[in-house]
Design a binder for this molecule. Structure first.
Ligand code: GLC
Length: 530
């Protein structure tokens, strides 16, 4: 099989599980809806707006962390795994959210953060007390290196050494992310049991799945050897992450989740664009059901590049593995900032027609762009460590309408909504049939009614340097997607099909009908044929 006509490798899926058919909408809770005027989104706010998700046509909500936390990494620094931070509400509010979501037919996937805690978590407070503390080994402590510096050359994802010195006991502790997020020691059986208990707590409460943060970092080289190349990228890091025995804890997490009906385990893995590595995280169907695929986030938006990547990804997937695609999240610059507004329309068509579960980041359906955040307004500590890397610009509040506070808050929003983004608000786009928001809604309706788009095979069909073409097929159902990723008009003759092709949708002109012999595409236009 040549690269250019790769077919999806998985076995034929005809009915599919809920998460294979799901369209996931990620809510960054601080920025979705504030209900009490403190300028920070909260659980009651999310409940008020839940029907927006069903109106849009999404069916699964991924909730970024809402646990008690000092909020120095906005909740990814957890101080209590089984509570709710009072700024977001209470456990009762969480139960109400889950119940309301289920009543509306929405599933809820919860972010869990097992790689590290906050340095204010009682486990770490105990661990740092003394070298003989019973919880000392719950975290990763090492003596200084021979020169008195860090024990080895491992780096933090956010820049600088991954080790910080703790005066009291004269040892270094490991933090793969920010210094106030010490890594837990997953080689310690008590730690594993304690973390699995916290997952059980939420699974019992009824969450439909877990999105496991930095899951590929859980196990580190037992001998703490240096990375051979000191300028390693995280995709190459073989000592600090991606250890051969990483499968053990993931298998345990999966086993726990499988003890409850119809749950899903999604994992944040960061092998950059190494599709073989991504594929390894499916294991033999016993590890992650969805190891995130960040290809569309990281690759240049060019037909030839995307074709080669999709082909390689499909071919790397183990038998029966279900793909996924992500266009944006709370860690990366906004989609519309990366691709422009026309590019964002084209990307929506791509995301919602590729084979696999689409993950959509709140606000990308509005074409929100990065908001420039002044030094004095900066919130994300990553920005202080590595200027330009901060994630505040893509975490600004969702604009619901054009009023002051944008319908998000009656108070002062924790990050500015931004004038341009306020103009892109939900209310105004709902009234404009040509808006990006309505394009998402239309495409989601089409997808929901199309077995080929939801579950069908994917076959890449020729195409050129400028145009990406693929077909989705399930039984007699066939859909053809043609995307012009270039800035010049293109003409394409679709592959032969008995009875010919009919227009269904264009990213320029919306719903369409009529027979098609030749597809004429404007710059950055995509069309869907059936
Ligand atoms: C993940 C999260 C990110 C967080 C980090 C540390 O990459 O997506 O937002 O800061 O892990 O938990």
């Amino acid at each position: 099989m040549s690269d250019m006509d790769a077919t999806s490798s998985g076995q034929i899926v005809t009915s599919g599980t809920w998460w294979q058919k799901a369209v996931v909408y990620q809510i960054y809770p601080r920025s979705f809806q504030d209900s009490d005027g403190d300028g920070i989104g909260d659980l009651k706010g999310i409940i008020q707006r839940l029907e927006y998700l069903t109106w849009l046509g999404t069916d699964t909500l991924w909730l970024s962390p809402v646990y008690p936390s000092p909020m120095r990494d906005f909740g990814y620094d957890v101080a209590d795994y089984t509570g709710i931070d009072s700024r977001f509400g209470s456990l009762e509010d969480f139960d109400n959210l889950l119940e309301r979501a289920h009543t509306l037919g929405l599933r809820l996937v919860l972010d869990v953060i097992p790689n590290h805690t906050s340095d204010e978590h009682p486990w770490f407070t105990a661990s740092r007390q003394s070298r003989s503390n019973p919880q000392r080994d719950w975290y990763i402590w090492r003596d200084p290196g021979p020169d008195g510096g860090p024990p080895n050359n491992w780096r933090s994802v956010t820049g600088g050494s991954a080790w910080s010195f703790d005066e009291r006991t004269g040892q270094y502790y490991l933090h793969s992310f920010l210094p106030f997020e010490p890594d837990l020691n997953w080689r310690n059986a008590e730690v594993r049991a304690a973390l699995l208990d916290t997952f059980r707590f939420w699974l019992r409460r009824g969450v439909d799945g877990l999105r496991v943060d930095m899951v590929d970092f859980l196990i580190k080289d037992a001998q703490f050897r240096d990375e051979p190349n000191p300028d390693y990228t995280f995709a190459e890091a073989r000592r600090h992450l991606n250890q051969p025995d990483i499968a053990d804890p993931i298998r345990e997490i999966r086993r726990l989740s499988d003890a409850y009906p119809e749950r899903v385990i999604i994992g944040e893995v960061n092998p950059d664009l190494d599709v073989v590595q991504i594929a390894a995280y499916y294991g033999k169907g016993d590890l992650l059901q969805q190891p995130f695929n960040f290809g569309l986030l990281k690759l240049p938006f060019e037909a030839a590049t995307l074709r080669a990547y999709i082909s390689a990804y499909e071919q790397a997937l183990p038998q029966g593995a279900w793909p996924n695609y992500t266009l944006g999240n709370h860690d990366t610059p906004r989609l519309a900032t990366r691709l422009g507004q026309d590019g964002a329309r084209l990307a929506a068509l791509l995301l919602l027609t590729l084979r696999g579960t689409p993950y959509l980041y709140c606000g990308d359906e509005l074409g929100l762009e990065n908001v420039s955040i002044g030094v004095e307004q900066t919130q994300d500590p990553w920005e202080q460590r590595e200027p330009g890397r901060g994630r505040d610009p893509n975490r600004t509040p969702l604009p619901w309408d054009g009023t002051p506070g944008a319908g998000f808050t009656t108070g002062e929003p924790w990050l500015p909504v931004g004038d341009e983004n306020t103009r892109r608000n939900v209310e105004s786009q709902q009234q404009d049939s040509g808006s990006l928001l309505m394009l998402y809604r239309d495409l989601l309706t089409i997808r929901r009614c199309s077995p080929a788009l939801e579950l069908g095979d994917l076959k890449l069909r020729g195409g050129t340097r400028e145009v990406l073409i693929y077909e989705r097929t399930l039984g007699n159902h066939r859909m053809l997607v043609v995307l012009n990723l270039s800035a010049i008009p293109q003409q394409v003759t679709p592959p032969h099909k008995p009875g010919g092709w009919q227009s269904v949708f264009s990213t320029r002109t919306g719903a369409k009908s009529g027979a098609v012999e030749t597809v004429t595409l404007s710059p950055q236009e995509g069309v869907l044929l059936s």
